[in-house]
Design a protein around this ligand. Structure first.
Ligand code: GDP
Length: 666
């Protein structure tokens, strides 16, 4: 019934293998397990599905071994867990001395004659699943209901059922009791949190966001000061000038935005509203460079303090150390048990949830860390807390650095060589910042010398096209054709509202291919039939086509089908899911359903799913950075861009260590 059973070391050495019905096919699923689960810290639930197979595995952290069993996923093999446990025990007991004495070298030279033992264990496990008596249903006589008399079921009016009253009383007193006991402890532990929450409750949502943004910029500036030159004083004074609301109506002209017949030309941009300095943000930055997300962790700050004040013995604890201080106990040369770790893991799970990691993922992550550490022998001066914390930290960094990196600039250049535009589609729910961040990405691409065609495929939300038109105008104002050899660097392809988005995207891509990069063409006029069939010269077309799509809720089946169609028909080079950093548990649902819709409606054999993530509004969350973890954990795809504000320069690349530092901060 089993396809295979294999035992290998964590270093990758196969020690023993049982080949079942499928023979050599074990290699591919085991490799997939190593790549997608063991190396990606997804070892929470001991089970993994690869094509038609289910793989169950167990880690031995003391001897660094992995036990994997594979069987057809349509089978329900109830004995597999027992088998894997028995084999684990037998194998390690049989070769314990060998592992302890010879170490890794012993594994290299060792021959493990385990076949007879394994066959015996397999037979035992199979037998034990057969002999278990089937569960028999209770007879009516055995049930509680049969013991009730008809009399006790009759309720007389006015008379309260005695038992119920009694129970109620008990419940009440129990509740009172627990509350009375729980209240003081809650108050003492959560005093700080409560007062903070109380303070926050008085603020409106906007004020909280504003506060978080200020905090983000404060940190950001602090970190930035280290690496970049200080800003001149004069620049600090700059800021958005307040609009003067003149009751005499003299501003009416300025406020009239009805003239939209501009199609993205620079001159038409209302000067009053658009301050190029504001839109550009930091003047000291290097044009076209995508800066890393910066974050100053408290640990660093406190480490500095310790260096400055070595004489002071009582140093405030930083990071999780402070939180779990009471759990710190030295566990010299002892192997870790689940019991040792459980209290620490419980606190860590709560900590992750408080940092906005989706609850389900926080549980899986802690479970994975527990599996990885159980049985591991700790060093003499290490504590359970520090060991678990370090393992979690490593796991988080690992998650944020998925297998495939997306290098947009390299891929755009590659597309250029093939004389075609590089196409990126943006999708996500409403209001997360798709259009705004699409504009930021356009700006970054233009600064890198690439021309951009924006396809307005949100034909649903009122104002969506106008919003992109305004961005196009502003981008052209910042990068006029004169400074790019007469080449218009960004144009908008629009067809108004109510039309089929997939069709518009297709036309835009064709337009981007034959293009009007030299300017002069009327936007929205190019039809695929007008395009040259052969690849045109590169400078006639656009380097990149950015497809904006309508925001949609993941539960809206018709809109999800339409998105899947747009992606299936146009086969973009990159499908970016735009998600805001404010999202909590909802992140899981959004991403799972977006991916599912794309898979369900894909026409390709291997369905086209989300390729990467744009994480927006990172400036509004202070250190509650958990959404980054939730999103990458679910998709196994990288966060390609991070939006950190509302200017064109507020685009960053993810810095996994910075995010993890923020996440671990107490
Ligand atoms: P869409 O409906 O997904 O296209 O969302 P929009 O692009 O219209 O953005 C919705 C709101 O979020 C706008 O007010 C944007 O200015 C704001 N926004 C977008 N990205 C960011 C960001 O990174 N930080 C902040 N603070 N606001 C952002």
């Amino acid at each position: 019934m089993l396809d295979f059973f294999t035992i290998f070391s964590k270093g990758g050495l196969v020690l023993w293998c049982f080949q079942g019905v499928r023979g050599p096919a074990a290699t591919a699923p085991v490799n997939a397990l190593i790549r997608s689960v063991l190396l990606q810290e997804r070892g929470g639930n001991n089970s993994f599905t690869h094509e038609a197979l289910t793989l169950k595995y167990k880690l031995d952290n003391q001897f660094e071994l992995v036990f994997v069993v594979g069987f057809q996923k349509i089978l329900t093999l109830t004995y597999v867990d027992k088998l894997i446990d028995d084999v684990h025990k037998e194998f390690r007991d049989k070769y314990r001395n060998e592992f302890q004495q010879k170490g890794a070298l012993g594994l290299l030279n060792g021959t493990f004659d385990f076949k007879d033992d394994f066959m015996r264990l397999l037979r035992d496990a199979e037998e034990s699943s057969k002999v278990r008596a089937p569960t028999v249903m209770k007879t009516f006589e055995q049930s509680l209901k049969s013991q009730k008399t008809v009399k006790c079921m009759i309720e007389t009016r006015g008379e309260k059922p005695k038992e119920k009253v009694k129970n109620k009383k008990n419940k009440g007193s129990k509740k009172d009791g627990t509350e009375a006991v729980a209240a003081p402890s809650k108050a003492s532990a959560g005093d700080k949190q409560l007062s903070a929450a109380g303070e926050k409750e008085e603020l409106t949502k906007d004020e909280i966001l504003q506060k978080n943004r200020e905090e983000f910029f404060r940190r950001h500036m602090k970190a930035g000061e280290k690496s970049r030159s200080p800003k001149p004083d004069a620049q600090k004074e700059k800021g958005k000038k307040p609009r003067v609301w003149d009751l005499g109506n003299s501003n009416a002209k300025v406020l009239d935005y009805s003239n939209s017949a501009t199609n993205g030309s620079a001159e038409a941009c209302p000067v009053e509203e658009f301050d190029p300095d504001m839109a550009l943000g930091d003047k000291n930055r290097e044009p076209g460079r995508l800066y890393d997300l910066e974050y100053e962790s408290d640990d660093e700050a406190e480490e500095e303090k310790v260096v400055q004040n070595p004489s002071k013995s009582s140093v405030k604890k930083g990071g999780l150390g402070g939180m779990f201080g009471m759990l710190k106990g030295l566990v010299g040369s002892k192997s870790l048990t689940r019991g040792d770790m459980d209290p620490v893991l419980e606190k860590m799970k709560d900590h992750l949830i408080a940092k906005n990691v989706a609850a389900e993922i926080a549980v899986q992550l802690c479970e994975s860390v527990a599996k990885k550490l159980e049985g591991k022998v700790m060093g003499t001066f290490t504590t359970v807390t520090s060991t678990v914390k370090q393992a979690l930290q490593e796991a988080l960094v690992q998650i944020l650095q998925p297998q495939r990196r997306v290098d947009v600039l390299r891929d755009v250049m590659d597309a250029q060589r093939h004389r075609r535009p590089y196409v990126i589609t943006f999708c996500g729910v409403n209001g997360v910042g798709k259009s705004t961040n699409l504009a930021k990405i356009s700006f970054w691409l233009i600064e890198n010398g690439f021309s951009v065609l924006i396809a307005a495929c949100d034909t649903f939300r009122a104002g969506a096209v106008e919003q992109l038109r305004t961005h196009t105008r502003r981008l052209n104002a910042l990068h006029p054709p004169e400074s790019h050899g007469g080449r218009t660097m960004v144009q908008l392809y629009e067809k108004g509202y109510g039309k089929d988005a997939a069709g518009i995207a297709m036309e835009a891509i064709s337009y981007g291919m034959c293009g009007a990069g030299g300017g002069g063409a009327v936007l929205g006029q190019c039809r695929p039939s007008h395009c040259l069939p052969a690849a045109p010269a590169r400078n006639q077309g656009f380097d990149v086509v950015l497809v904006d799509t309508a925001g949609r809720m993941q539960d809206n089946a018709p809109l999800m089908t339409a998105l899947a169609k747009l992606i299936a028909v146009n086969a973009p080079d990159l499908v970016l899911f735009v998600g805001e950093a404010l999202v909590g548990n909802e992140a899981v649902d959004q991403l799972v359903k977006f991916n599912k819709a794309l898979a369900d409606h894909s026409m390709a054999q291997t369905p086209r799913l989300i390729d990467g993530i744009v994480l927006t509004k990172f400036d509004t969350i202070d250190d509650k950075v958990g959404a980054a973890i939730s999103m990458t954990y679910i998709t196994s795809k990288p966060i390609v861009f991070v939006g950190t504000g509302q200017t064109y320069c507020d685009l960053r690349s993810l810095n996994a260590k910075a995010v993890v530092a923020a996440l671990m901060k107490a």
